[in-house]
Design a protein around this ligand. Structure first.
Ligand code: F42
Length: 148
């Protein structure tokens, strides 16, 4: 399942290349973050200003068929801009975790639910802890569930 529209790659070359290789090989290549061996997923959103198709990679944080999408951006003071795409259209999102992308619906989580997903996220990618420690920004977490 893919979103209709014109794909405009991210200007961040290493991410653009990872997305392209992952999609071309159905996840057989470029499935991990650089040489960490830690798995990634490919997320597709609709640009909230351009309406174009935007894609990026995130660490794979999966539990019970749902995924956490952690807007960490390495602990930068500002959200990644894909955050605003998800807020604007939480149903125009696909995740690719293997050969084929599938449609999901996302919701930003808070409180105890966020704490539970944050624990899973840090277990999958310990760097998230350092990212949160280095910024005043509360790193947002979305949970993606397969669209009904
Ligand atoms: N980023 C994370 O935040 N968390 C992760 O766990 C993570 C893991 C990861 C693993 C592998 C990998 O290759 C990259 C990884 N990244 C991770 C980086 C992630 O893939 C993104 O590159 C990063 O989060 C930054 O996302 P971004 O959406 O801010 O990217 C910018 C550089 C970008 O693409 N900007 C575009 C541009 O032209 O400058 C615009 C993109 C866009 O969505 N535009 C919207 C539109 O309408 O088209 C408007 C957005 C707005 O409201 O301004």
């Amino acid at each position: 399942m893919t979103l209709e529209g014109e794909y405009v790659p991210t200007p961040t070359k290493w991410v653009r290349d990872q997305v392209e290789t992952y999609e071309r090989t159905g996840g057989k290549e470029a499935g991990t973050l650089l040489d960490t061996g830690l798995p990634v997923i490919i997320v597709t959103t609709r640009g909230n200003k351009s309406g174009k198709i935007r894609k990026f990679a995130l660490m794979r944080v999966e539990h019970g068929g749902e995924y956490a999408l952690v807007a960490s951006l390495g602990g930068a003071p500002k959200h990644p801009v894909w955050y605003y795409n998800l807020v604007a259209d939480p149903k125009a999102v696909t995740i690719q975790d293997g050969p084929e992308p599938f449609l999901v619906e996302v919701r930003e989580v808070s409180g105890a639910e966020k704490a539970a997903w944050w624990e899973r996220a840090v277990a999958a990618f310990p760097n998230y802890e350092q990212y949160q420690a280095k910024t005043e920004r509360q790193i947002p977490v979305f949970v993606a569930s397969r669209a009904s």
